[in-house]
Design a protein around this ligand. Structure first.
Ligand SMILES: NC(=O)c1ccc[n+]([C@@H]2O[C@H](COP(=O)([O-])OP(=O)(O)OC[C@H]3O[C@@H](n4cnc5c(N)ncnc54)[C@H](OP(=O)(O)O)[C@@H]3O)[C@@H](O)[C@H]2O)c1
Length: 340
């Protein structure tokens, strides 16, 4: 049986607060001069919290921002335009709990000949009990993990994410595209991946829901490292790095039971970082020359760190890749993996 590091929101919150007292080693490395002028940036879950703040900051720094969202279209885009002073912002529909929406998103990018220079896989959900998606999968499993795996395959295949290893054509001198996975340091200490329950739907309550959140961040990180290992064999073709933004005062607890939600909202608003502040470390990893050509790296806010040792295990990565492919094929007649 899989388990994550935390099974109660109070311990998770306290650990987050303690993290805020750590020195932010590289915070000085991000300067106002760091820009992403004219580059296409896709941010998932961009209508709220961290994703919204990341979108504003990328737009301010010259990016052409595509906000990939399932709600608040077009209002959130208008707000990002206003907050950033940039008109180079638009929204595309993407619901990661619906595979038809993931395919439609890919098709739109292809039709519009989008070439993504920066992909921020930010969307995430925390559910207090099991919820089933239309594909019969657990929502946290699909949204926080599998749909990201699928989206990367689809975008690499049609060259929307221009990695040469798959299908993409990169003009000489074009920068290496970057993918940033928004994770959580709560993945540290989660159990090994349980392949008996992988991709299967079980009923559970709040304790396991909390557990699943940190557990699927471990699964996500293992996938990020395996993806990078496969496509960056001799040189960095697509840079794939992982970051934990630290504790952020966002809507992530929106699905918690009402009393827990009220208490946590109070604690979050007093002690947690604002999304704007937390977004800075993500922007650093996403656009700084310090990460040019780097892959498989991990930041905990502005601190370079190692992920849980299990994340780097090549055998585990291979197994996860194969099981993810099997689940994808089982639930999606259009499943097609990149040959990497
Ligand atoms: N807040 C923290 O303390 C913290 C700490 C570490 C890591 N993180 C990570 O940061 C990321 C952003 O979360 P947040 O804290 O900013 O929370 P948030 O305000 O709740 O934002 C989550 C975003 O994910 C989107 N999303 C959820 N389900 C989706 C789906 N099926 N398809 C597409 N988008 C979906 C939400 O869209 P809707 O508004 O339409 O639901 C929203 O835009 C998550 O990956 C989270 O795990 C957060």
């Amino acid at each position: 049986m899989s388990h994550g590091r935390f099974d109660n929101p109070v311990t998770a919150t306290m650990t987050g607060i303690l993290d805020l007292f750590r020195k932010q080693k590289l915070s000085e490395r991000l300067t106002d001069q760091d820009s992403i002028n004219g580059k296409t940036c896709i941010v998932t879950g961009a209508n709220s919290g961290l994703g919204f703040a990341i979108s504003v900051e990328l737009a301010k720094r010259g990016g052409n921002v595509i906000m990939a969202c399932r709600s608040q279209i077009p209002e959130a885009g208008e707000k990002v335009k206003k907050a950033s002073g940039s008109e180079h912002v638009r929204m595309l529909r993407l619901d990661l709990s619906d595979l038809a929406s993931v395919h439609a998103f890919r098709a739109t990018l292809e039709k519009e000949k989008v070439r993504c220079d920066l992909m921020i896989l930010n969307a995430g959900v925390a559910t207090p009990k099991a919820r089933k998606t239309g594909s019969g999968l657990d929502e946290i499993f699909q949204v926080n993990y599998l749909a990201n795996f699928i989206l990367l395959h689809l975008m690499l295949q049609n060259g929307t994410l221009p990695g040469r290893t798959c299908n993409g054509k990169r003009r000489p001198g074009d920068p290496v595209p970057r993918v940033v996975f928004i994770s959580s340091d709560s993945h540290q200490g989660s159990s090994s991946i349980d392949y008996d329950e992988f991709g299967k739907f079980f009923e559970y309550g709040i304790k396991k829901g909390m557990n699943n959140y940190s557990y699927y961040k471990l699964v996500l990180n293992t996938m990020a490292v395996e993806f990078s290992r496969r496509i960056n064999k001799t040189e960095t073709d697509v840079s794939m790095n992982v970051i934990c933004p630290g504790p952020v005062n966002t809507n992530i607890i929106r699905n918690a039971p009402w009393l827990v939600r009220i208490i946590l909202r109070g604690i979050f608003s007093i002690t947690f970082q604002s999304p704007e502040k937390a977004a800075k470390a993500v922007i650093y990893m996403a656009i700084s020359p310090d990460f040019e050509g780097k892959t498989g790296e991990y930041l905990h806010m502005f601190n370079p760190k190692k992920m849980d040792p299990k994340v780097y295990d090549a055998e585990e990565g291979k197994k996860l890749w194969e099981h993810s492919a099997d689940v994808w094929k089982r639930v999606d007649p259009k499943a097609a993996m990149c040959k990497v």
